[in-house]
Design a protein around this ligand. Sequence first.
Ligand code: ANZ
Ligand code: ZN
Length: 820
Amino acid sequence: MQEHYEPHIIETQVQSQWEAAQSFQVKEDPQREKFYCLAMFPYPSGRLHMGHVRNYTIADVIARYQRMQGKNVLQPMGWDAFGLPAENAAIKQGVPPASWTYDNINHMRTQLKRLGFAYDWSRELATCRPEYYRFEQWFFTRLFAKGLVYKKQAIVNWDPVDQTVLANEQVIDGRGWRSGALVERREIAQWFLKITDYAQELLDDLEQLQDWPEQVRTMQRNWIGRSEGVEVHFSVAASPTPLTVYTTRPDTLMGVTYLALAPEHPLARQAAAQNPQVADFIEHCRHQRISEAEMATLEKQGVPTGLEAIHPLSGERIPVWVANFVLMEYGTGAVMSVPAHDQRDFEFARAYGLPIKQVIAPASPEQTIDLNQEAFTDKGILCDSGAFSGMDFAQAFAAIASTLEQRDQGKRCVNFRLRDWGVSRQRYWGCPIPMIHCPSCGDVPVPEAQLPVVLPEDVAFDGVGSPIKKMPSFYQTSCPQCQGPAQRETDTFDTFFESSWYYARYACPDNTTQMLDERARYWLPVDHYVGGIEHAVLHLLYARFFHKLLRDEGLVSNDEPFSRLLTQGMVLKDGAKMSKSKGNTVDPQALVDQYGADTARLFMMFAAPPELSLEWSDSGVEGASRFLKRLWREVYAHRQQGPAPALAPNSLTETQRTLRRKTHETLRKVSDDLGRRHTFNTAIAACMELLNAVSRFEDSAADPQAHAVRQEALEILVLMLAPIVPHITQSLWHALGHSQSLVDIPWPETDQSALSRDSITYIVQVNGKLRAQIEVAADASNPDIEAAALADENVMRHLEGKHLKKVIVVPKRLVNLVVQ
Ligand code: ANZ
Ligand code: ZN
């Protein structure tokens, strides 16, 4: 054993041992419990950033820990390789997006290997390769055949100067990022996937995901946005078909004073044909990009159409307006406006002098409202509503819905905020959508035998439009049905398409004939998925949807792709998110170059629990490095005394027993921290304490049992740290006298007899109520006992938000915490 810790030497040695032994290549083994651990794959932007290092270290620690539990662990890695940054870089640097991407992949693969992640590299995939995307093209044609794919006109951001469609992130303050031109809304034909057919199931199955953060489940629930309401039909004087609105507040029906249409509503267009003021307004709205988030702050604007509708119950005539705050994409694209009880309707009515009619009174007489100031939006008791007056919300909902249904003037319905997934992108660097447009047969999918539709990679890329749109050799083709001349689709898939199924493809990346095979059924679902909270909705919802599509095609056998989800926090510097645009990044490569991979990994895992943000600190890195040096020194000094004899637990001195107890107490805690709580930072803190105890341990060279006790402590310490700092521990494991590779050693078992003999059970009370039982060493001091009581999870819950006034320790019996 070397006297000094030289991370660069041992890390490259250990990594080549793993590589030579193919230590992390795995095969399906039905005899063993499988564990599929996955971190969200990176976009190959050029270099790893600290967020990657944190993400991949967390997953690696979990994977290595589970392997030590004897499981058959799969941990793969690949590249989310299509996307806009490659196009932007290509414009700036004049290289084709493909070669830029492949260069980045090569560089980042080297960086990942240098960090020592336990990946099965034989399964590496890149989504920009035809071997990968051919199967999503095939799958898309399957979905088309099943009626789950359709084409419709949809709005895009159009840059009139560059003559190109812009992604949302390319629109800055309403202008094109390159040209600076005012962006227009333009309607073009695009492909959609019917995710709304799965809305209810996507919502219901969130209940299965108990091991997901509640926050993520709530975000998905809100995004899906199920609501129960009523569709009400209003007949319109000049129109043969009634105008239908969607409302969640049918109880306010008698307070309707006008109707409002989205600018894109067919009736609004009809009115525009006769009324230039309406036409102007619709044109004006085309330039206003309105997302739902912007709606709340938008200045409410509108024009009357001149049309009149008939109230279904009162028969009154009410005016129909066009308004900018009504979305065509939600409900029916038309609303019944109740200014007294809806704030948007209220503001609009005030701006245009429309009547405000109260029909809901507060349920409690104490509550006062002022309809001169704002709408009263709470649910309450109906007033001024004829036969419905006096009813509460639920009664009125039922009564009004039934009345409308009996008269054929409406029906109850469920609505989802979730929209169908528009997958067309008018971009070059993506997977070609496998469709052909024939002038006589219409849209025809590319037949299986002609797949993949390969994206030409060797292109001149200038950023003005997509090169394949200007490349007849790409888009000119013949119709698979009538053989006549036809045009290939030149749009590509949204890159979320590729990232929606990559986790499954890792099971069988070498299958050239099938998208997925029986190996996917062995490995799926992913047992532990690790990634950023920014993917809480889109990626994670699309992947859940895709998994259900795969299931319905018979390709996977369960309902959900990710059993457990961990969303890691951000990496901060000086309290701000580390990002290129802020110029406050620390390059992980420099960190690894200076200190080695183990220090980088240890720092990341020690600085914060995984879900919380992590503040970068140079002294934290120094501290991590010092700890590893000390560990090395301790093992070195120990082994200078030669090999240790067998441990004889029953003939130990008091100090020897104390160190053994500490060793096994630490093991018990670390097992729980790594396996269940995923609080790697507290696990590391416990290991540091154990190392302190080893250093303090008085060892008389004459007593071989002292040597044996310390050997055990160091071995267990090395094993516990192995998932976090796999290189140094592998070297130290050999130095401690073992020839087998550390990656094949199981997690050690706690020796209960080392723990229990000298421990006492204390009862912990909070304000006299039993809240926990804790095991405390017989010789523990009062502060130790107190600390152990306060560290208990259940006790912590009962202390939350309270003030601890007093702690009473009754020796050998109980701890009472007095709180206020
Ligand atoms: C009358 C009413 C009275 C409404 C009232 C609310 C309060 P959620 O709950 O999110 O589903 N709405 C319906 N379609 C719309 C569209 N296309 N654009 C903008 N707003 C639309 O929202 C349903 C409510 O949002 C509906 O209920 C409708 O306004 C409005 F005191 O109808 B309500
Ligand atoms: Zn044809």
